[in-house]
Design a protein. Structure first.
Length: 315
């Protein structure tokens, strides 16, 4: 049952809804919310909806304490479910024309909301699906975290140069609320990969996904290999379920390792940061994990596709 823990909605017609799924984020949610509140966007035109997946720490208390001291419209909800379901609840409760999706461990730049909104409003006669930002590493004191940040930045640039639809996740993404409803919202059965599923349906229905190079969002990157492996395994597992005919996935994994090495050498000349050396290392770990996850998911597809709990495969 959905629980409404705290709610203060004074403005009945906000332009932007900030959607934040949260779980055990007491160490990061304050930084996240402060960056939103201290941005240069008018708080009267903004609402923040947080949905908590029954955190076992003080995440809710930290968020409520900070938001109650401001004049921003906000609601803190609580529900136990998949990430796809949590995002869908935010979509159902949102009142803004646009929804900007922020993770509880992300920090936005001061002009982030304005930059994203301006980019979307300037797109005339376009079936807008989403506007994605540039994602950078926040915890730059960690070599591993900096390396992951560089890798994400390179992936974004490669998507821009190739003019292809980028599937870079929902972090910082701006999506029109009505477009979200037209494409059917999120797959509520998905624990992960709900963003890839959504972007695929947007693309199939003719909606465009853009990258805004002027919008910056900073993510607190993992500093332990275990978190990287777990996340990569989960995403690769779901990718194979949605795209079972993509038999070149393993080949691309090997090519990506070589590509990351070349990118590392190029970045080292420009950035001159030892963290660049972690790029091929991270790529090897991620791609090997992807291969294992691919084999595992193919095994499940063959043996129990009718009982597979991840929803309907993309056609």
């Amino acid at each position: 049952m959905l629980r409404v823990l705290v709610k203060r909605m004074i403005n009945t017609n906000p332009i932007v809804t900030i959607g934040i799924p949260m779980y055990n984020a007491e160490n990061t949610i304050e930084l996240c919310l402060k960056s939103i509140i201290e941005s240069d966007y008018d708080l009267d035109k903004l609402e923040i909806i947080i949905i908590d997946n029954f955190s076992t720490d003080n995440s809710i208390k930290v968020a409520e304490s900070l938001l109650s001291s401001t004049n921003v419209n906000y609601a803190i909800l609580q529900y136990k479910g998949s990430l796809g379901l949590l995002r869908q609840i935010i979509l159902d409760k949102a009142r803004g024309k646009y929804i900007i999706w922020i993770d509880a461990d992300a920090i936005v730049s001061k002009n982030f909301i304005k930059k994203q909104l301006k980019f979307a409003e300037n797109l005339k006669d376009v079936k807008l699906g989403a506007v994605l930002p540039i994602i950078l590493s926040y915890n730059t004191e960690s070599i591993l975290a900096r390396g992951i940040g560089y890798k994400w930045a390179i992936s974004t640039v490669r998507a821009l140069l190739r003019s292809r639809t980028p599937f870079l996740g929902m972090l910082g993404a701006l999506t029109p609320r009505e477009t979200m409803k037209k494409v059917g919202g999120f797959n509520i059965k998905l624990m992960s990969g709900e963003d890839t599923d959504l972007f695929y349906r947007m693309k199939r229905l003719g909606y465009k996904i853009f990258i805004n190079p002027e919008a910056r969002i900073y993510h607190i990157m993992p500093t332990k290999l275990r978190r990287i492996v777990t996340r990569t395994y989960r995403l690769s597992y779901y990718y194979r379920f949605y795209f079972p005919w993509d038999f070149h996935y393993m080949t691309r994994s090997i090519i990506n390792v070589i590509s990351a090495t070349l990118c590392m050498l190029h970045c080292l000349k420009i950035i001159k940061d030892v963290a660049c050396f972690t790029l091929p290392f991270i790529s090897v770990i991620e791609e090997m994990t992807s291969i294992i996850a691919t084999v595992h998911s193919l095994y499940h597809l063959k043996r129990c596709s009718s009982k597979f709990p991840m929803g309907t495969r993309a056609r």
